[in-house]
Design a protein around this ligand. Structure first.
Ligand code: UD1
Length: 364
C-alpha cells in the first residue's frame, strides 16, 4: 500500500519549558507511525547543557535539524536574531506548518516570521493570559495568538480567552496539556539526585524553591527579602533551591548566610521532578511548575500576583501570594499544620494531549 503523504512540520523550541512540551509531540508521532515529518529548530535561547542538552538527552528528543545559536541578549536583540535566523531557514525550505509552543521569545519570533511568509502557524498552549503586560511572556502570548491559525488549548478558560478576542470556535481545540504528557511518560524514569544524600533528604520533609522572574530576581533587595523570609518561615525544614542562571547573578551579590536554603545548580528534568513529587511543598514563580505540582497534588505557593494558569488555583494545589510576607508566612503555617487544600487534575491532563493534537492536524 502507498504510504500516505507526510505533513512537513517545523517544531520551534528555544528554552527549557519548550523542550518539555515538544517532547510530547515526538511521543505521539510514534503512535502515528511517524506520519509527521518534524524538522526541529532550536533557537539557542537556552544554551547551557543544564538548561538544554540534558533535556534533549533525558526526554529522548532528537538532535535539532537547525540550531540558530542566538544565545542571550536584550529582548529586542534576542527576538531579532531568532527572526533573522529562522527566516533564512524558511526561505531555503518551507514546511506545511509551523508549531510553536508556550510563550517565550522564540515562540513569538518564529510565529511572526512564518506568518509573514504565509506559512500556517499552530500554537500549543494558546489562549492563556495573566492580564499582566509587565511580563514579557504575556506580550509574547498576545502577539503569537493574534496571528495563529490553529489554537491548541490546555483548559476551557484558555479557549474562552481566544473566543473573547474574536477567534472562531473552529480554530480552537481544547486538547489538554503537553507538559503533563511528558511528565506521565517519564514518571517511572525519575532519578534520585545525588543531593538527596548530600542533604540527607526524606520524603515529605523538604521544600523545593525556584525563582527566575525578572520582578523577583533582577533586583537584589527584593530577592534578599524573599530569601530571608523563606529561610525563616521554613523553620528547620530544608529548602532545595536549584538556581536559574539569571537568578545566580543576583545571588552572588548577596552576602548573606541562609541556614535552611540549599543552593544547587539547575537540575535535570528527571531529577527535578523526582524532588517535586516527594516534596512537602513547592515555592515558585514559574508557571509550568504550578501545573506539575497540581498533577502531583503537592502544595504550591506561587510568588506572583497573577497567573495565566488559574485552573492550578481553582482546581489544583496552587495558591497565589505575590511577595506579601504575611500571606507567605500563613501559607507555610498551613503546610506545617497539614491544612493545605486538596486539588484535582484538570480535564484532559491525561497524557494523551500530543495524540489529540496530531489527530486534529491530520484531519486538516
Ligand atoms: C526564559 C523565558 C521564560 C521562561 C524561562 C524558563 C522569555 C522572555 N523568557 O526566561 O518565559 O519561563 O526561559 O527558564 O523568553 N542564561 C544562561 N544560560 C542559558 C540561558 C540563559 O546563563 O542557557 C542566562 C543569561 O545570562 C540570560 C539569562 O539567563 O541573560 C536569562 O535568559 P533568557 O533566555 O533571556 O530568559 P529566562 O530568564 O531564562
Amino acid at each position: 500500500m502507498k504510504k500516505p503523504i507526510e505533513m512537513k512540520v517545523d517544531l520551534i523550541a528555544g528554552a527549557r519549558p519548550n523542550f518539555v512540551k515538544i517532547a510530547a509531540l515526538y511521543y505521539a508521532n510514534s503512535v502515528f507511525d511517524g506520519h509527521f515529518d518534524f524538522r526541529l529548530i532550536h533557537t539557542g535561547q537556552h544554551y547551557d547543557d543544564k538548561l538544554s542538552g540534558v533535556f534533549f538527552q533525558q526526554l529522548g528528543i532528537p538532535e535539532p535539524d537547525h540550531n540558530l545559536g542566538v544565545g542571550s541578549g536584550s529582548h529586542a536583540e534576542q527576538t531579532a536574531a531568532i527572526m533573522m535566523g529562522y527566516e533564512k531557514i524558511l526561505k531555503d525550505k518551507r514546511p506545511d506548518l509551523v508549531i510553536v509552543v508556550g510563550d517565550v521569545n522564540s515562540t513569538m519570533a518564529c510565529a511572526i516570521v512564518a506568518k509573514k511568509l504565509s506559512i500556517r502557524v499552530a500554537h500549543i498552549e494558546a489562549g492563556i493570559r495573566s492580564g499582566d503586560l509587565g511580563m514579557p511572556e504575556e506580550i509574547n502570548r498576545i502577539l503569537t495568538d493574534s496571528i495563529t491559525d490553529y489554537f491548541f488549548t490546555t483548559t476551557p478558560g484558555a479557549s474562552q480567552n481566544l473566543l473573547d478576542t474574536g477567534k472562531k470556535q473552529d480554530q480552537i481545540h481544547l486538547v489538554g496539556n503537553t507538559m503533563i504528557d511528558t511528565l506521565i511518560e517519564n514518571r517511572k524514569k525519575f532519578i534520585q539526585p545525588d543531593l538527596w544524600y548530600t542533604f540527607n533528604l526524606k520524603e515529605g520533609e523538604y521544600f523545593v524553591l525556584t525563582l527566575h522572574r525578572p520582578t523577583n530576581v533582577d533586583e537584589e533587595n527584593s530577592l534578599k527579602k524573599l530569601l530571608v523570609l523563606i529561610n525563616d518561615a521554613s523553620k528547620e525544614v530544608p529548602v532545595i533551591f536549584p538556581v536559574h542562571p539569571r537568578t545566580a547573578v543576583a545571588i552572588k551579590k548577596l552576602e548573606l548566610e541562609f541556614r535552611n536554603i540549599r543552593f544547587v545548580s539547575p537540575l535535570s528534568y528527571l531529577e527535578f521532578n523526582y524532588l517535586v513529587e516527594r516534596s512537602k511543598a513547592v515555592i515558585t514563580d514559574s508557571g509550568g511548575i504550578t501545573e506539575e505540582a497540581t498533577f502531583f497534588n503537592i502544595p504550591c505557593i506561587t510568588l506572583r500576583d497573577s497567573t495565566e494558569r488559574p485552573e492550578t488555583v481553582w482546581e489544583g494545589t496552587n495558591k497565589l501570594v505575590g511577595t506579601d510576607p504575611n500571606k507567605i508566612r500563613k501559607c507555610f503555617k498551613k503546610i506545617f499544620n497539614g491544612n493545605w487544600k486538596k486539588g484535582r487534575v484538570p480535564e484532559y491532563w491525561d497524557g494523551k494531549t500530543g495524540e489529540r493534537i496530531l489527530k486534529i492536524l491530520n484531519k486538516l
